[in-house]
Design a protein around this ligand. Sequence first.
Ligand code: GLN
Length: 474
Amino acid sequence: MLAAKSISASELMQAFVARTTAVEGRVHAFNSRDEVGALGLAAASDARRAAGQARGPLDGIPIGFKDVIAVEGQPLTASSKMLANFISPYDATVTTKLKAAGAIPWGRLNLDEFAMGSSTENSAFGATANPWDLTRVPGGSSGGSAAAVAAGEMPVALGSDTGGSIRQPAAFCGLVGLKPTYGLVSRYGLAAFASSLDQIGTLTRTVGDAAQLLQVVAGHDSRDSTSLSTVIPDYSAALQKKSRPWRIGVPKEFFGPGLDAEIGAAVQQALAFYRSAGAEIREVSLPLTAEYAIAVYYLIATAEASSNLARYDGIRYGHRTRVATGAISIYAQSRAEGFGEEVKRRIILGTHVLSSGYYDAYYLRAQKVRTLIRGEFMRVFQDCDVMLSPTTPTAAFKLGEKSSDPLAMYLNDIYTIGVNLAGLPGISLPCGFTAGGLPIGLQIIGQPFGEAEMLTIAHTYEQGHSWHTKYPNL
Ligand code: GLN
């Protein structure tokens, strides 16, 4: 509509501002937003288009940022008291790229504090509600990003995924959530949680939107030493390609006890769809992942988090206590006041597994098992193009249901975490609803840098179904 000039970027932005004003009181997806700034950028986009200088398909499109991705001059809180008053002094690389493409940063979106959680309840600024059922969680940690898109407050948003934090909220909110291969998208300007696992990705309504956003944000960045040089294909063009009959691996361990029957049935129907589209479906096995991925993740992720979060000491930036009496007590007291319970739990766990005497027993062994887990995925990929599974064992749970039981919360990531440990791309797309009207997510796991094929396979499913056209009744 922008390209056809049937709507202006200003009108579009005003429509999203109005929608946000109408529903945000119930959803609470935003930590903050700057309407005046966004409308100013929309006017600039209109001026470019009028001058024949539109910058491509994203020019004038509002986009939300999980509140861990830096946008210069805007708050970046990580949903933590620690950063409640922090303003980003620079843009993340993804932000620079999106701005250059003409996209309009629209708001800072809620998350579990420092991206630690699966429900967005671990936010210092209050939980976000699932637009499909306001008594339920939107998932996490990118729950604000997912809820905002699902509620129609913005068309697309960025999130980050360390163990499932894009795919799980996408599944809970009926969206497409894409977590790229580790190293495809720069992490420069992303507040670090677990640096060897963190990856920025997208929350969108359609696979086509995911492809367009990935096109802009992917690519090598000298400011992220783990960013890889690889040829970036034309993802949108790939969606139209009919490649050879796909070989789809189905990890049998991902259909065992704990999987909700309605979700299992929806995924089986998706498999039947692919079979009738000519794909070859093979049962495969990921025994190490099924048995050890969660344990390995909570050793490695907490170890890295304890190191990354050491920088928040109340000295250079962030929350500083008013009651300390000396240097050491400033550090200790500022951290005691600034961090929430889950973040503290992880810092303590991570510090423990890195400490002398435990390093070899926990951290080092977890690293070795991580290598075996990656090997297990890569062996399956010798005979398969992608793997397919449920994204989550259950649909969105009730607010408060798991908040007093960290282990139950951790187990919600059982199907997503292995993908991060192995550094692979994964996507969740809507594949149905429970009888109670909650969205169900289908996960497709791709080969390293296999985003184009993974997106094409996801797009083929989307073309044959209408789940992505449904909106919650807010
Ligand atoms: N839920 C997982 C955790 O709590 C994953 C979070 C994420 O991907 N950022 O660590």
